[in-house]
Write a protein that binds this ligand. Structure first.
Ligand SMILES: [Zn+2]
Length: 543
């Protein structure tokens, strides 16, 4: 029996490489070409020259990269994997306008099955048929011709030389345009597919192995409670709440047209309306906001290989617990007690492998009960994690309607998307208020405080953008400005001689994630040479 009605097409490895590169350049780089040619007029000859040169460069670039790894024996499986990965990549790049840079790749690789499930929509199917099934069908009808070693080497060298020559020639032809484009829009290179995710994966893997080798650099090695603690008998209980994807623009307390924070509004909190996040995605922001380094001296490798604020607090004698309803602490709580609650099966709170954020409050009581001394609990929320905003809140919080009840945002109007997003904020407001009530009830035993800050914002259709993760340098405010709220009990204020009206004055100023490390150390009066009073928000407010 014959597998194919006609004889398979015989081609050389070099021809296959060229064919694959043509496919990638012409079929998979729409986002890159659209970005590179934006604002140009097709009535001008230079636009056609520039577009032609870009296409030649794309083909040559992929020929060069593929020529380095192509071998007859692995050509078809290798290209098949590339075609499938590229089909997924182009789908998300087109749909969500994402740039596949190393930090986005880190996010993709750290995605858990529940998150991935929400991103898979039916819209993916026709895209995969066109961009994966069709090329795969062609690919598997082709047979790669066997040639002598000498001929193969000569052919490979010729292909490398020709594509390198063409690449240089087309680059020189449009050099002025091209260098200006790359200078002004560096991020565009992360739209060149599949080169973008191949490069980013290599970067992430390389830095991952560096991280694994490195012992975390000590931070606050000399940390200890300062003199104001002498003679105090009551323990401190601080809850740090790390929000998710909550943006300042929709935060009721910060002046949004809708009151999305009705419970916090009556909870005597201090609201910070102008706070900038360190990154536009969890993988960047989380390590950064808990580090002493921050965005001002941003160095991802150094942040990921240094101890965090939580390690400093531990050294000063606090018990530290990380409770998680999301995708883990990204190294921030390495070696410290962790309670992953996202896999819980509490029927009222959990379904489809996800739990509502009130799961974070279950068992908090016994942690406080069992605690001997000072305690810092981190609650890592699922918050407003998209695109399935509608799944983030129980029905009781479905106040704004109509909602977008699918993860496929393109099927909804912006109004529906915003309604679902705002309902999720209403629910976060409720979870935070319940946490404050919990701390109030513990005031007989502890001096208590709560700090809430979101990790990054979210785009809800502004400038055609959705979700988050746009490279930091070009990210819009919607993705960078986040809400922050402090609640300090009377006991806490009195004990640390904090002036509340001074703090309210401070809250009106612009701040960023860079201030978190130093403000928590300042509030808890932890002394270390790594503490910088200039970055401590409460610094001027202690009597
Ligand atoms: Zn996040």
């Amino acid at each position: 029996m014959r597998a194919w009605p006609v004889r398979p097409l015989q081609v050389s490895t070099a021809t296959l490489t060229l064919g694959a590169s043509l496919f990638f350049a012409f079929a998979c780089n729409g986002s890159f070409l659209a970005g590179a040619l934006a604002g140009r007029s097709w009535s001008e000859r230079s636009t056609w020259v520039f577009a032609g040169a870009l296409l030649v460069m794309l083909v040559c670039l992929h020929v060069l990269v593929l020529s380095l790894v192509m071998h007859r024996a692995i050509a078809r499986p290798l290209l098949s994997m590339l075609v499938i990965a590229t089909a997924f990549a182009t789908y998300y790049m087109q749909r969500y306008r994402v740039f596949l840079d190393p930090s986005m790749l880190r996010n993709v690789l750290a995605t858990n099955p529940a998150e991935a499930g929400e991103l898979l929509g039916w819209g993916l199917l026709p895209h995969l048929l066109l961009y994966a099934a069709v090329p795969l069908a062609v690919l598997w009808r082709i047979e790669v011709r066997r040639t002598s070693v000498l001929r193969a080497i000569l052919a490979r060298l010729a292909v490398l030389a020709i594509s390198a020559g063409l690449l240089v020639a087309s680059l020189l032809l449009v050099f002025q345009d091209f260098s200006a484009l790359m200078r002004n829009h560096k991020e565009l290179r992360y739209l060149i597919t599949p080169a973008n995710f191949l490069y980013s994966t290599a970067r992430v893997v390389a830095s991952g192995s560096r991280e694994a080798r490195a012992e975390r650099m000590a931070v606050g090695a000399d940390a200890r409670l300062d003199g104001t603690w002498n003679g105090s008998t009551r323990p401190v209980l601080m809850v740090l709440v790390v929000g998710e994807t909550a943006r300042a623009a929709n935060w009721g307390l910060s002046g949004y047209a809708r009151q999305t924070t009705p419970q916090l509004a009556t909870s005597n909190v201090i609201n910070f309306p102008d706070v900038s996040a360190c990154g536009t995605d969890t993988e960047t922001s989380l390590p950064c906001m808990f580090s002493a380094i921050g965005r001002r001296d941003y160095d991802e490798d150094r942040i990921r290989t240094s101890e965090s604020l939580l390690h400093v607090l531990r050294r000063a004698g606090f018990s530290v617990v990380w409770r998680d309803n999301q995708s883990g602490c990204k190294g921030v709580c390495d070696g410290l007690p962790q309670e992953p609650l996202n896999q819980s099966t509490v029927p009222q709170l959990c379904s489809d492998g996800r739990c509502h954020d009130e799961i974070l409050l279950r068992g908090l009581d016994s942690i406080a009960q069992d605690s001997q001394g000072n305690l810092v609990v981190v609650l890592h929320m699922l918050g407003n994690h998209g695109p399935a905003y509608y799944a983030r809140y129980p029905d009781a919080f479905k106040l704004y309607r109509p909602t977008c009840d699918t993860g496929e945002l393109r099927k909804c109007s912006v109004e529906q998307i915003v309604n679902s997003y705002d309902n999720a904020l209403l629910y976060s407001d409720h979870v935070l208020s319940r946490t404050i009530a919990f701390l109030n009830e513990r005031a007989y035993r502890f001096d208590t405080a709560l700090l809430y800050v979101s990790d990054h914002g979210e785009s809800l259709g502004e400038k055609g953008l959705y979700l988050h993760g746009v490279p930091y340098a070009i990210a819009p405010d919607e993705q960078i400005k986040v809400p922050m709220v402090w609640w300090l009990s009377q006991g806490f204020l009195a004990r640390f001689s904090l002036n509340r009206s001074c703090l309210e004055g401070q809250a009106a100023k612009p701040w960023s994630h860079d201030n978190l490390f130093h403000s928590v150390l300042g509030l808890l009066r932890v002394e270390t040479r790594d503490y910088d009073q200039k970055l401590d928000i409460s610094g001027p407010c202690r009597r």
